[in-house]
Design a protein around this ligand. Structure first.
Ligand SMILES: Nc1nc2c(c(=O)[nH]1)N[C@H]1C(S)=C(S)[C@@H](COP(=O)(O)O)O[C@H]1N2
Ligand SMILES: [Mo]
Length: 263
């Protein structure tokens, strides 16, 4: 494991040297990205010096989440958190079978995108049987089908200044003094470009139901349940989270959960 210990300077030098040197450096070398307390991962989270290009290259080198056989699916995916959003926009979309749904890709991109469900379904599809782990202490194995987020980001052409992806959702949570808060989540570009990160529209060989995030929810397979934003309407590329909610990068993060949320 000695070769995993990279100083910040060595790491930056490697990034500066560009794609080829990182790729030639081999695969296992980037396993540390999955270890939440590793100093380099910690550095990546702060990501201030790391370019979009460098984050992107690292994404392809990450370890995959374990996958399972379809026969290991024992029960339906347990719905949790919001399971039936009541916001007016969502109710209207659902009433029409989501025919008018459009996913928006905005923020630090060269080309803003507006994609219908058909357009998303016509992009290359990917399915994976993975385990969802909720911090409340339960897990479910399920088959998720969708479009790779990386392909969508490539279509929009992410600007170099972007460091994070914010997932804006249709549902609201709570209702305290400040009123209901819109649910949102986020990831870095490493997780966004991870080969198993998809925008899912299918669950266990059927259309994704409302209870599990219809029509589109995020699957970031190496992250905990609360990072799997459901009911996504907008994907916004940003440099920082400060202008959203309490500035911690997500509804649950604003309420005390750790931002990384990796497994
Ligand atoms: N928009 C939205 N996404 C969300 C939530 C939510 O309440 N709203 N809950 C999160 C939590 S805590 C979990 S465990 C999973 C639950 O996903 P599931 O309903 O498909 O099991 O969604 C996550 N994504
Ligand atoms: Mo959760």
């Amino acid at each position: 494991m000695a070769n995993l210990i990279l100083s910040r300077r060595t790491f930056l030098a490697a990034s500066a040297a560009g794609a080829s040197s990182l790729v030639l450096a081999g695969c296992d070398q980037f396993d540390f990205l999955g270890q939440r307390d590793h100093q380099v991962r910690d550095f990546l989270e702060r990501a201030n010096s790391l370019t979009y290009q460098a984050q992107r290259i690292l994404a392809g080198e990450q370890t995959l989440a374990p996958t399972y056989d379809e026969s290991e699916i024992r029960q339906p995916q347990r719905p949790n958190g919001s399971t039936d959003p009541k916001t007016a926009d969502y109710v209207a979309l659902a009433a029409n079978g989501f025919a008018d749904y459009r996913l928006r890709v905005s923020g630090l991109v060269e080309t803003q995108l507006t994609l219908s469900l058909d357009e998303l379904r016509n992009m290359p599809a990917q399915s994976q049987v993975t385990r969802h782990d909720c911090v409340e202490g339960w897990s479910c194995i399920a088959k998720w089908t969708g479009t790779r987020l990386g392909a969508i980001l490539d279509q929009a052409r992410v600007k170099p200044a972007a460091k994070f992806v914010v997932y804006h959702c249709y549902d609201t949570m709570g209702g305290g003094l400040s009123g209901p808060e819109a649910f949102y989540g986020s990831s870095d570009l490493i997780d966004a470009y991870h080969p198993q990160t998809i925008l899912a529209y299918g669950l266990n060989n059927a259309t994704l139901p409302i209870s599990n995030g219809a029509p589109i929810r995020v699957r970031i397979e190496r992250a905990l349940g609360y990072k799997q934003s459901k009911y996504v309407h907008t994907i916004e590329l940003v440099e920082s989270f400060t202008k959203f909610g309490q500035g911690q990068g997500g509804y649950w993060e604003d309420h005390g959960y750790d931002w990384y949320g990796g497994i």
